[in-house]
Design a protein. Structure first.
Length: 76
């Protein structure tokens, strides 16, 4: 006999975890991943919008330098 937690509760019940506790822990992990991803996207957005020269944002500078590189490669 496995004790009071056996076939009715499944393996989680046998180990002392209810299904709801395990589900809650899984949801918490997923939510923390989402928050982390949102923070990363927000940081990248802020970086792209940051002015590195008066009137020139980081993303505009990247676009300009990649366009310039493309033109230089094409001409060579």
């Amino acid at each position: 006999m496995l004790g009071e937690h056996s076939l009715e509760d499944g393996i989680d019940g046998f180990l002392g975890l209810t299904w709801n506790q395990e589900l809650a822990a899984t949801i918490d992990r997923l939510e923390s991943l989402d928050r982390s991803e949102l923070r990363k996207q927000f940081s990248i957005k802020r970086l792209n919008e940051m002015e590195i020269y008066p009137g020139v944002t980081f993303s505009e500078e990247l676009e300009g330098s990649s366009l310039l590189r493309s033109c230089l490669i094409w001409k060579s």
